[in-house]
Design a protein around this ligand. Structure first.
Ligand code: F0G
Length: 460
């Protein structure tokens, strides 16, 4: 493992503590073996999400002090607007309180009943908002993106042939727009190549279909293009980002990821007419169009975060840290089975391979999350059979292709020692419990989005 150059040092720290084994046992039992139901202060290393959990910089904090809380036309909004326009080369900027607010407003405005939105692994909230607008998602991610072991530099790519075929088969009028998610969260932050994006733009132009981007992790995607795609190693991150967004119709963004902000989202479009249409729902659901549900203070943090996230030294450290953690796990206890190659913001442990003797419908990934907490005070999140839910028509449990425990890495928060600790705990769990033959069952299965509120018990 090569040594990394970290472009920051700690100035303010937040204490964390590791509870004793007995206390952890009591806490997780009280939480019904559901990690969402734990109090954060009872968690030692929190890898639940990279959303809103990054460490802010001194420059962000400084600018937050300058936050202008004027209701309309604040200085903070004007600064944010300028930063966003410069980042994406798109003119019309609407702040919103977080990513899903942008999704709700965009989809309720441009998706007609029964219309399709083809894309590459839509994120859960995005899919839910498209369906809420009575649209339908079509996932056309390339085949390689669905496997945990096939190595491909851009597993987030869309299958171009399938996309063309879909458009011809269903007709342009049945499609609301095409959505590209960069990077793909569902596969662990797998990037999309510039070649693939360019080809999608060409297809959209030929059929006069709008193209939108879910830009939650746009800078991480740009870094992967710089590192992995031939012809881009000498391009700056800013130039790559401009090329990525050149010709697209707009973007939705959760600014809690690649704007390293505790809160905030963006809805940004190229067309003035669409901008005019979107203003009313923003005012109805979020707030006036120059603050959209976030404070002047948060707009300053967001604008500064957008600037910092594009720095090469930051991205090199960020993606390097995730890569190193993945390598560390592969060298632990004969190899912890993870999704490869490692993406931008998380490591996914393949729980069916981790607990090969536990039946697939006994929630091996949820059990791994529980064991990580019980044995090490670590919080990950299940992205597998529990999250997948049931088929709304038949009521049967859906069985996703992979049952994963996601270890998500907050930005600028944890150091190498934290990851060494996580690797050690995972190694111990593999050695002590890898041969287990039984898993978990529901105690109470929450209706709808069962991930957050269901409770479980051990089968044996
Ligand atoms: N799009 C992507 C790709 C996301 O990863 C998320 C959130 C959203 C949209 C929604 O944004 O949370 O600000 O409303 N992902 C978080 C996660 C929740 O943990 O992966 P939001």
């Amino acid at each position: 493992m090569k040594s990394r150059v970290l472009p920051f040092k700690a100035k303010v720290v937040e204490p964390i503590r590791l509870l004793g084994r007995q206390e952890r046992q009591e806490r997780i039992e009280k939480a019904g073996l559901n990690l969402f139901r734990l109090d954060a202060e009872d968690v030692y290393i929190d890898l639940l999400t990279d959303s809103g959990t990054g460490a802010i910089s001194v420059a962000q904090l400084g600018r937050m002090m300058e936050g202008d809380e004027s209701y309309a036309g604040s200085r903070s909004f004007r600064r944010l607007e300028k930063e966003v326009q410069g980042t994406f080369n798109l003119p019309y900027v609407l702040p919103v309180h977080q990513g899903r607010a942008a999704e709700r407003i965009l989809n309720s405005t441009i998706v007609g009943p029964g219309q399709y939105v083809p894309g590459n692994s839509h994120f859960d909230t995005t899919k839910a908002h498209i369906e809420y607008a009575r649209g339908r998602c079509v996932d056309l991610t390339i085949e390689e993106g669905r496997s945990s072991t096939i190595n491909h530099p851009f597993k987030g790519n869309i299958d171009l042939e399938q996309l063309k075929h879909f458009i011809v088969e269903h007709g342009v009028e049945s499609i609301a727009y095409i959505l590209m998610t960069i990077t793909c969260n569902s596969g662990g932050g797998q990037p999309v190549s510039m070649e693939n994006l360019d080809a999608v733009k060409e297809i959209c132009r030929a059929h006069q279909l709008p193209l939108f981007i879910d830009a939650a992790r746009f800078a991480e995607n740009a870094y992967f293009i710089n590192q992995r795609e031939p012809g881009f190693s000498d391009s700056s991150i800013t130039d790559i980002i401009h090329q990525m967004f050149d010709g697209v119709d707009g973007l939705t963004m959760s600014s809690k990821k690649d704007a390293i902000s505790p809160m905030g989202g963006l809805l940004v479009v190229r067309d003035q007419e669409l901008f005019t249409k979107l203003r009313t729902p923003v005012i109805l659901f979020e707030g006036y169009v120059t603050y959209g549900g976030i404070s002047g203070l948060m707009m300053e943090s967001l604008a500064q975060g957008l600037r910092e996230v594009k720095e090469f030294s930051y991205l090199d450290y960020r993606i390097g840290q995730v890569t190193d953690f993945g390598e560390m796990l592969q060298q632990t206890a004969g190899g912890i089975p993870i999704v490869e190659p490692v993406g931008g913001h998380a490591i996914f442990v393949d729980a069916r391979r981790f607990f090969p003797k536990v039946p697939e419908d006994q929630f091996p990934a949820q059990m791994l999350c529980v064991e990580l907490y019980r044995q090490g005070g670590i919080r990950g999140v299940e992205v597998g059979a529990c999250l997948a839910g049931r088929n709304p028509d038949t009521g049967e449990n859906l069985r996703p292709p992979l049952d994963l425990c996601r270890l998500t890495i907050p930005r600028r928060v944890y150091f190498k020692e934290h990851f060494e600790y996580v690797a050690e705990v995972l190694g111990q769990i593999k050695e002590r419990c890898g041969e287990r033959t039984t898993g978990l069952k529901f105690k109470v299965e929450a209706p709808g989005i069962r991930h957050f509120d269901s409770t479980f018990e051990y089968i044996s």
